[in-house]
Design a protein around this ligand. Structure first.
Ligand code: GNR
Ligand code: NI
Length: 176
């Protein structure tokens, strides 16, 4: 297992539409394990493959609280089957947009079909934080970020700040 560098806003890689996983084999499971290790290290509660630069429809989630045993969940080629009319609001963050948080409204419940790590088809109905996290991660598979669900004014401010941070990380040309 290894910890991979995270892709950070405004990297255009985050806007790619990820491709379906073709087979659930050893390299794919190794990627899922690297994602889990990277997520635990951050720390975060979810991670999409594109956040470590792999444009595949693969995401991992672990909602276990501190002191509880780990509860890693792997979702391969997840599809939304249905969403509730009921909405819920959570304060969201994203490992690709460090230290920025905002409230996002989404369907409170979501029914998802996916493959598990043994390649078996599964269907789950999620609510609460799992429903929000699944929708946040599935957005990543389509190049969508949680800031796309907030006001344009706030989004433009965040993008501007991260563009400046990226610029300041570039080595400067000396003037002499
Ligand atoms: O660690 C994360 N926390 C979080 C909090 C509320 C809603 C969604 C998330 S997902 C985020 C990790 C991440 O960026 N996943 O893509
Ligand atoms: Ni995210």
């Amino acid at each position: 297992m290894s910890i991979k560098p995270l892709v950070i806003l405004p990297d255009p890689v985050l806007r790619l539409v990820s491709k379906p996983v073709e087979r659930v084999d050893a390299p794919l499971l190794k990627l899922a394990d690297d994602m889990l290790e990277t997520m635990y290290n951050a720390p975060g509660i979810g991670l999409a493959a594109i956040q470590i630069g792999e444009p595949l429809r693969l995401l991992v989630i672990d909602l276990a609280k501190e002191g509880e045993p780990p509860a890693p969940q792997v979702f391969i080629n997840p599809e939304v089957l249905d969403t509730s009319d009921e909405r819920s609001v959570y304060e969201e963050g994203c490992l690709s947009i460090p230290d920025y948080y905002a409230e996002v409204e989404r369907p409170a419940k979501v029914r998802v079909r996916h493959l598990d790590r043994s390649g078996k088809e599964q269907e789950i109905e999620a609510d609460g934080l799992l429903a929000t996290c699944l929708q946040h991660e599935m957005d990543h598979l389509n190049g969508v970020l949680f800031i796309d669900h907030i006001s344009k004014l706030k989004r433009d401010m965040v993008v501007k700040k991260f563009k400046k941070l990226a610029r300041d990380r570039q080595p400067k040309k000396m003037v002499s």
